[in-house]
Design a protein around this ligand. Structure first.
Ligand SMILES: Cc1ncc(COP(=O)(O)O)c(C=O)c1O
Length: 379
């Protein structure tokens, strides 16, 4: 392997290496397209898209990201417990009875509901809670409707213990939709300003808008998938986004090799029938680790000695089988790459008709995340 593994807790050789140098490089790649002074809210929700939130957030904090973006209050509390000092924005806006925890642990709530606004004002007294207001400009998910500005301004009047530090919306994608959302967001910001609310941070841009719409950067951007090394669009990365480097690499080792005769069936349901005497390698990784059962019938493969080994038969819960007939050197103990070595999460996504986000987030907790820093850069 090219770089030293620093921490390894598993007996089974299936690992997800997390390259913090690549992560920090990707943050710099994002910064390279921003005007000076535009802040970054690094999206580390969903366990940093499956990469391990605490280690990823520590590296991004070290590298100067201004905010960490989580979805759940729980995710924010975990980062605080781990000693993160950065601003933490809670984008999911589900507070249930946790308003006091949010204030006590200095998490910054995104608000989509007037009742939450009042509750944060009550709890923060006699201090002030900084909040960000979210508007639904076309995603059809969370957020106040754009038409709610007058009622928000009225509600804010007596709420002296909240400070509107930010106003945001989220893009749904698509050229025309983005245009309409951007216009509606500008109109909301103007109307709020007319009512005396001029937040320090206006934010709209996700990874795609960061690389394709510099006019939408405003004062803060919220990159997610780009930080983990993937361009958000499905065709080949363009411009600055071409410099992004995947952060996660998943490998295992061959556990067992067997020769099966022509006509032998492999795995549940016997869908794979050997058309020649076939060397089959058994790998200790399966769908419980996040690799879809359907990969074999969709043309899935792994990389061994730099060569493609097709997955044969249904992927099992804990194992999968690959054809190594044409990789003569393959033997027990050899390294096998499931993500990396030219086989990316974007390739898996294409085979499974999904997006790289889903591939990396579903590498399950059973696969230990092992931090690597080939250049020794990040903390
Ligand atoms: C509110 C919000 N902002 C930003 C992002 C980051 O998006 P991306 O990973 O496409 O950069 C997400 C991700 O889903 C999100 O939900």
């Amino acid at each position: 392997m090219a770089h030293a593994i620093e921490k390894c807790v598993s007996i089974r050789p299936t690992l997800a290496e997390i390259d913090l140098d690549a992560l920090v490089h990707n943050l710099a790649t994002v910064r390279s397209v921003l005007r000076p002074g535009v802040g970054v809210c690094a999206m580390v929700k969903a366990d940093a898209y499956g990469h391990g939130a605490v280690e990823v957030a520590r590296a991004l904090e070290w590298a100067g990201a201004e905010f960490m973006g989580v979805n759940l209050v729980e995710e924010g509390l975990t980062l605080r417990e781990a000693g993160l000092k950065s601003r933490i924005l809670v984008l999911g806006a589900w507070y249930a009875h946790a308003h006091a925890d949010v204030v006590a642990r200095d998490l910054t709530p995104v608000i989509s509901d007037l009742a939450d606004l009042a509750e944060f004002s009550r709890i923060a007294a006699p201090g002030r809670a900084r909040v960000h207001l979210k508007f639904d400009t076309g995603m059809g998910r969370l957020g106040f409707p754009s038409a709610a500005v007058p009622s928000i301004l009225r509600a804010l009047g007596p709420l002296t213990n909240v400070e509107v530090e930010g106003v945001l919306s989220h893009l749904a994608g698509g050229r025309e939709e983005t245009e309409a959302q951007a216009k509606s967001f500008d109109a909301v910001a103007r109307e709020l300003a007319g009512g005396g609310v001029r937040p320090a941070f206006l934010h709209l841009a996700n990874s795609e808008a960061i690389f394709s719409r510099s006019d939408l950067h405003h004062s803060l951007v919220r990159p997610g998938i780009a930080l983990y090394g993937y361009a958000p669009w499905s065709d080949a990365p363009r411009d600055a986004a071409a410099a992004l480097r995947p952060v996660m690499r998943v490998t295992t080792e061959i556990a067992h090799v067997k020769l099966v005769p022509t006509g032998a069936r492999v795995s549940y349901g016997g869908q794979f029938v050997a058309s020649r005497p076939t060397r089959v390698a058994v790998l200790p990784v399966g769908y419980a680790d996040g690799f879809a059962r359907a990969l074999s019938e969709r043309g899935g493969f792994v990389v061994i000695h730099g060569l493609r080994a097709p997955i044969v038969g249904a992927v099992c819960m804990d194992m999968m089988m690959v054809d190594v007939t044409d990789i003569a050197a393959a033997q027990v103990g050899d390294r096998v790459t499931l993500i990396g070595d030219g086989l990316s999460a974007a390739d898996h996504a294409r085979l499974l008709a999904t997006i790289p986000y889903e591939i990396v987030t579903r590498v399950s907790v059973r696969v230990p995340r092992v931090i690597v820093r080939p250049g020794g850069g990040a903390p």
